[in-house]
Ligand binder design. Sequence first.
Ligand code: ZN
Length: 94
Amino acid sequence: MPKLVCPCGYVHDLSPIPDDGWVLVRDRDYEALLAWEARREALGKALPGSADFDSLVEADAAVNELTERQYECPGCGRLARGNGAAFRCFRAES
Ligand SMILES: [Zn+2]
């Protein structure tokens, strides 16, 4: 079960799809994201070993490169933001 641990000790459960986080995309990349998402949707559930599966993997990778995830800790309010295994934490100054 993938988890993200906040510095305060709270554990975000990243297992549910969708989960409680946000998906972030730069405004300038939004149109490209929509195009890759449409391509991914059109490929549906391609079977491993097929040419469509390779295209689906490419589309998945492109979507992952264009997006980051963000989670707000319900315990301390910190924001954890990242893409994949590495997350950075941010806390409000006041
Ligand atoms: Zn926290």
